[in-house]
Structures are given as structure tokens and as C-alpha cells.
Design a protein. Structure first.
Length: 283
């Protein structure tokens, strides 16, 4: 093991978040020359020991940045963990020839990972999906100075500051401070409790029922018309007179007299026509 590696011994067991933070703060900071040498070793030779030292020397930066996001109510350890992922991505992409220290380059990657984690876990339902909504989410939370609703003047001022519409500010404020509500009541709640599922569920809104309804509507309009068009003129008239004339459907004997055939023959024509229509509708 090199003398440089001995400067970065990893504790065998940390035990708690406090122990981790203390250990992270004990890792020495790198000079500009040391950082440049390690970054070149990793870039040119994929030296994992060099990458390890770059990461360990910047763990205190992740701890400091993660501490700024404790107001979201998420575990500090999880925030640090996500920030460390961003730090490792920064080390992998860092170009030592740009003349920028790793600490400045890594801040963006660390915050990006923490932001993504917050948006995934702060609410059961995502509060921001587009890039513009994510920017508004974090800016709104940092600019808002009190817990109450924004006044119209505050909304307008914030919209101008963030260069968005007042409607966007109001909508994000609702998402930001809205609370998650369980759809169903907990098992230990009173039997008379009224969970949202009781009044949000519509009996005709089930996906399967909706599909069936649309299929029936399709069959009753274009499907039925096409099936009737597939019949000859006499068969089509018999079906329409027998099944589609709800006010006064014709009898077999009435149709038999009209066409000069027996009632049994009308029944046979009707059965054959219905069978053909069924095949057309199923095709």
C-alpha cells in the first residue's frame, strides 16, 4: 500500500450517521497538485485507488450539501448516500485539464442526485416531472419564508423572480404543501371512518367495464351497420323488422305473407342472417 493510500484508511465499522460524519471529516483535503495527479491517474490508467482517494477526500462536501436538504423530512443518511452517488459520477466525468477544482465540478452532480431522490420520495405522487417543474419546486421552497399560503402579491413577485406564470407558482405551491392521503382506511381505524375510496370510486369507472361499454357502443353503431350491409336485401329487411323495430316488431307470419313464403322459411332466413352477422361482428 502506498504512503498516499495510508492517508485514507476506511474505518472497519461506522455504526451510526454521527460516526460516519466524523469519519468523513477526518479524511484529509487534497492539495491542487495531489488532486491533479490522482485525477490523471484515474483518467489515463483507470486507477481505482486514485478514484477512491478523490471520493473519500470529498465526502465532507456531500455531508455539508445534504445537511441543507434536511427540511424535506427525509433521512439524513439517505440524502448523504444519494449525494455520494453524485460524487462518484462527478469523479468519473472529471477532466483535470479543464483548470477547475473537483469540488466545484462535483457540486452540480451531488445536488442533482439529491434532488432526484427528494422528488422520488418526498411524496407518494410525484410533485415535479419536467425540468421546469423541478426547478420551480426547489426555488419555491427556498424562497417561501412562511408556512401559510402565498398572497396574490407574493405569487406575482415570485412568478417574476422565477420567470414563470402565476398559475405555475400556485399549482406547484399546492403540490409542495399538499399532504398524502391514504386511499383506504387503516385496519385499526373506526368502522365508521370514511376513506377516500368510498367516495372517489365510481361504479362504472372500472377499466374492464369501460372497455366493454366502448365495445358495445362500437358494435351498436359501425359494427351493426357493417353486419347488416353484408346481408342480402331480403335478409336485411327481415332482421330489421324482427329485431330493430322496437315499437312494432314484425311476426314470422306477417313477413311470410309479405314475401309469399312459409313462416318456417322466414325463420330459417332469419337464423342464417343472424349467424352471418355474428361472424361479421367477430371478424
Amino acid at each position: 500500500m502506498t504512503a498516499q493510500a495510508l492517508r485514507f484508511p476506511v474505518p472497519a465499522s461506522l455504526g451510526s450517521i454521527e460516526s460516519y460524519i466524523q469519519a468523513a471529516n477526518r479524511f484529509p483535503l487534497l492539495s491542487a497538485e495531489e488532486e491533479l495527479s490522482l485525477a490523471r491517474r484515474f483518467r489515463d490508467a483507470q486507477d481505482l485507488e486514485a478514484a477512491r482517494q478523490l471520493v473519500l477526500s470529498h465526502l465532507r462536501l456531500v455531508v455539508s450539501i445534504a445537511r441543507g436538504y434536511l427540511g424535506y423530512g427525509l433521512p439524513h443518511a439517505d440524502l448523504i448516500q444519494e449525494g455520494n452517488v453524485g460524487l462518484m459520477k462527478a469523479v468519473k466525468r472529471y477532466d483535470p485539464e479543464r483548470g477547475v477544482r473537483l469540488v466545484s465540478f462535483a457540486v452540480h452532480w451531488i445536488k442533482a442526485e439529491i434532488h432526484e431522490y427528494i422528488l422520488r420520495n418526498w411524496r407518494l405522487v410525484k410533485v415535479a416531472t419536467t425540468k421546469a417543474q423541478r426547478k420551480l419546486f426547489f426555488n419555491l421552497r427556498s424562497l417561501k419564508q412562511h408556512g401559510g399560503s402565498l398572497s396574490p402579491d407574493e405569487v406575482e413577485a415570485m412568478a417574476q423572480t422565477l420567470n414563470v406564470s402565476s398559475h405555475d407558482v400556485r399549482e406547484m405551491e399546492t403540490r409542495l404543501y399538499g399532504q398524502d392521503i391514504a386511499l383506504e382506511a387503516n385496519a385499526d381505524e373506526d368502522e365508521d371512518s370514511f376513506a377516500p375510496i368510498a367516495y372517489l370510486a365510481a361504479p362504472d369507472a372500472e377499466p374492464i367495464l369501460d372497455i366493454e361499454r366502448k365495445e358495445r357502443e362500437q358494435l351498436a353503431t359501425t359494427g351493426l351497420a357493417q353486419a347488416l350491409e353484408a346481408l342480402d336485401e331480403r335478409s336485411r329487411h327481415i332482421v330489421q323488422a324482427r329485431w330493430l323495430n322496437e315499437e312494432d316488431p314484425a311476426t314470422l307470419h306477417e313477413l311470410a305473407a309479405q314475401y309469399g313464403i312459409s313462416a318456417e322459411r322466414v325463420r330459417q332466413i332469419e337464423a342464417k342472417a343472424l349467424q352471418k352477422m355474428k361472424a361479421t361482428l367477430l371478424s
